[in-house]
Design a protein around this ligand. Structure first.
Ligand code: ACO
Length: 325
């Protein structure tokens, strides 16, 4: 029996209420609103309350995605949570979300770490698992509490990141044509040190074991532009689609200048890109699902349209997915 194509059936997003502006940051470290806006495009970001965990953020986003897909937690038999900020070293934060949502015992629940590309990695894995016919409905979540892994004295990183969560529900397509069409995942070998958080027992620099984000921004910037451009071209070529046919591009929301460069190299108008990094900063694995949800809510993604998502992150991982909505 031929299996139905797999599609995104619903989306959801959640961001903590607390807004941290550039002006506030400028009171903590030597920076300015103008510097941050001109170099990154970021104006403000959200920060979780002290008691708010990654699982809490993920649960809120997932609830909205389930309601949007019109299914209940009982219908979910696969939960993949992409994050670099799990609440515990074990068990997976996905297990905490399972409990909070009341997803039944028996569902497969696990975390996945591919940094800012995590959501696209999780989407690919869930797509493959559903396509096997062994699972029916997957909840794919990107959730981050990056405020807990920032060095608030390091102006080169603390201005860039924010907290939040986004989620999608995957299942058998309900509309003719609507489907995940293609996905490609990659990693640039030998680039792990450029962007990392030291672990409990290992740091690239033994003199700097603090478990906070360390980044060589300039190198990451260059690789990010090339990686997202390459994977976008790869997907378009593979699917025989021209850039003009893409209705909406949802790029990882790291830096406005990175997005400007990709648009320029791909010769695509900037207004085809959905951008909300001015309000959230870089929320790592949560960035694409939050943007996708907002794009849908604003009517930027309509049934029948082609949506291209591209991301890069620590690893350096990168990837893309092409979806017919
Ligand atoms: N405020 C004011 N000045 C600053 C700040 C700041 N917040 N941060 C750095 N500077 C200073 C630097 O110290 C430097 O001063 P110097 O010339 O006296 O040494 C000057 O500004 C220029 O610094 P650069 O690093 O050259 O600035 P650049 O234009 O490269 O911008 C940035 C830095 C924004 C980090 C950029 O390189 C970037 O966006 N890189 C990509 C980062 C990224 O996207 N990371 C996320 C990866 S995804 C993931 O997996 C987490």
């Amino acid at each position: 029996m031929a299996l139905s194509p797999i599609a995104i059936l619903g989306t959801g997003a959640y961001a903590p209420n607390r807004i941290l502006t550039n002006e506030e940051l400028a009171q903590r470290v030597e920076t300015s609103h103008d510097w941050i806006v001109s170099r990154t495009g970021i104006r403000e970001r959200r920060v979780a309350d002290p008691g708010q965990t990654t699982a809490d953020l993920a649960t809120e986003a997932a609830r909205e995605a389930l309601a949007n897909a019109q299914i209940t937690p009982q219908d979910v038999d696969l939960l993949i949570l992409a994050t670099v900020t799990p609440d515990l070293d074990m068990p997976a934060t996905a297990c905490l979300v399972q409990q909070k949502l009341g997803i039944p015992s028996g569902a497969a629940c696990f975390d996945l770490n591919a940094a800012c590309t995590g959501f696209l990695y999780a989407l690919d894995v869930a797509w493959a698992m559903l396509s096997s016919g062994r699972y029916r409905h997957a909840l794919v979540i990107g959730a981050e509490r990056l405020s807990s892994v920032l060095d608030w004295e390091d102006r080169t990183t603390c201005v860039l990141f924010g907290d939040g969560a986004g989620a999608v529900v995957l299942g058998a397509s309900r509309r003719p044509g609507s489907a995940i069409l293609a996905s490609r995942l990659h990693t640039v070998a030998g680039t792990a040190e450029l962007l990392h958080i030291p672990g409990a027992t290992f740091s690239f620099d033994p003199a700097d074991p603090k478990r906070v984000i360390r980044m060589k921004g300039k190198e990451v910037f260059k690789l990010a532009v090339r990686a997202m451009e390459d994977v976008a071209r790869e997907l378009l070529e593979q699917q025989g689609v021209s850039g003009d046919q893409i209705d909406c591009i949802i790029p990882h929301q790291a830096n406005q200048r990175i997005i400007d460069s990709i648009a320029q190299y791909l010769k695509l108008p900037l207004d085809r890109f959905f951008i909300n990094l001015d309000r959230y900063g870089n929320t790592s694995a949560a960035s694409i699902p939050i943007a996708l949800h907002e794009a849908r809510m604003q009517g930027r993604v309509q049934p029948g349209q082609l949506v291209l998502m591209v991301a890069f992150g620590a690893g350096l991982t990168y990837g893309g997915a092409l979806v017919r909505w």
